[in-house]
Design a protein around this ligand. Structure first.
Ligand code: RNT
Ligand code: ZN
Length: 410
């Protein structure tokens, strides 16, 4: 008898079918953010990262061009069980050395990405990019300067057209996220003015209806250098999303540190069709540390399962740690997210709900506690084994090997 067989029996005694759980987990496709490969640089060869986000660390071996990004993603996903998606930012287009300004971007700059994705079994998601550009400033889509605002409207419209084309080609909707850093370092007396402009810009951007892409909008508390005011706050985007029936993106680093992101799902799902997640790990601020198996991620996954919303919640990752091996960062974070999802699926929900319905608070809490020490690790190992990826810490030496053979030569 294998460890998994024993685990299966113990879970079965709790009323949980681990085979069904493994099947469900197999269908959870996580959208890997391309920007962990190269510290959010992209291929424009522009200046530094702006927009209030920051990478820290200078671990050697970051990807420097499109081939290296692709190699790294392929290597990382060879160590992660299941089939996943790749989330591209506009600045990762295949510009082939040409300077293509953001208001000039076209589908042709993403053809090679679609070919690559189709050949390697990835579905693509997409993001407009309003940071790290001479016109980024503090305000983009909410800028009172009409020329700047129109520039970013044009950029975002083009990105939607590209996302739609990608979705068509891959036979699956491409999810496009709009996050703009717009805000103010110091006090502003024009809170409403900028929000009204953002609302009008978005309405114009979303006027075109597409069948092969889905829009999502991402709020935030503050950015570095934009501490006093964020145009696209949580309230702004929830109002916008509900009134326009758009997907809202919940980034785990974009709320007050003690706020539970998990708790938001059951409210949002009552009012908007779908939710996008940026799974991240904020440490004291929106620091975008590598995701680990912790209470926040676990509770988030539990809520997806408890809301029976696996098909309405899209899971993407969003972190950028430049201080450790970047492939390792993908592998740790994606596997941790999957582990949390596995734990969520192994929750004895039926029994817990029965207890709760009967007012049996002690029994509910006791079962929640006991399920924490069930042999879920053996189920996880089995999942890895069936997916032909390293079990347990085996991937450490493999990544060390890749570092020696590939990354250290960069
Ligand atoms: C920034 C947002 C946004 C970015 C990416 C690069 O705070 O989280 O999602 O991380 O677009
Ligand atoms: Zn994000």
């Amino acid at each position: 008898m294998t460890a998994y067989d024993l685990a299966r029996e113990r879970y079965a005694a709790m009323g949980i079918d681990t085979e069904a759980v493994l099947k469900t987990l197999q269908n959870v496709h996580i959208s890997l953010h391309c920007w962990q490969t190269d510290d959010v640089c992209g291929f424009e060869n522009a200046g530094s990262l702006t927009g209030g986000i920051q990478t820290t660390g200078n671990y050697p071996g970051r990807a420097r061009n499109i081939d290296e990004v692709r190699d790294d993603i392929l290597y990382a996903t060879s160590l992660i069980p299941g089939q996943h998606r790749l989330n591209l930012h506009e600045i990762y287009g295949d510009f082939a050395g040409e300077h293509v300004d953001r208001d000039q971007v076209e589908m042709r700059h993403f053809e090679s990405w679609v070919d690559w994705a189709l050949a390697n079994g990835f579905k693509l998601d997409f993001n407009s990019t309003s940071f790290s550009h001479p016109k980024s400033g503090d305000l983009t889509l909410s800028n009172p300067d009409d020329e700047i605002r129109r520039f970013w409207i044009e950029h975002t419209r083009r990105c939607r057209a590209i996302a739609n084309e990608i979705g068509l080609r891959q036979g699956d909707p491409c999810i496009m996220n709009v996050w703009v850093h717009d805000g103010s370092k110091d006090l502003t007396v024009n809170r409403m003015k900028y929000r009204q402009l953002l609302m009008e810009s978005l309405d114009e951007i979303f006027a075109e209806k597409y069948d092969h892409m889905k829009d999502c909008i991402e709020s935030k508390v503050f950015g570095i250098g934009l501490e006093s005011y964020t145009v696209g706050s949580n309230d702004f985007y929830i109002g916008y999303g509900v009134s326009r029936q758009k997907m809202v993106t919940l980034d785990m680093g974009h709320f007050h540190p003690t706020e539970s992101v998990a708790d938001k799902l059951s409210s949002l799902l009552l009012y908007i069709p779908e939710v996008m997640l940026h799974v991240s790990r904020p440490v004291r601020w929106d620091s975008d540390h590598v995701v680990i198996l912790n209470d926040d991620t676990l509770e988030l996954c539990r809520e997806i399962v408890r809301c029976n919303a696996l098909d309405r919640v899209h899971i993407g990752l969003d972190y950028f740690d430049a201080s450790i091996n970047r492939i390792g960062a993908y592998v740790i974070g994606t596997r941790a997210t999957q582990k949390c999802m596995l734990l969520a699926l192994l929750e004895p929900l039926k029994q817990l709900r029965q207890y709760e319905g009967n007012g049996q608070g002690f029994e509910r809490l006791a079962l929640m506690e006991e399920s924490k020490s069930m042999p879920w690790g053996d189920v996880w190992d089995e999942f890895c084994r069936r997916n032909n990826v390293p079990v347990g810490a085996e991937y450490i030496s493999q990544i060390q090997d890749y570092e020696k053979k590939v990354l250290s030569k960069r």
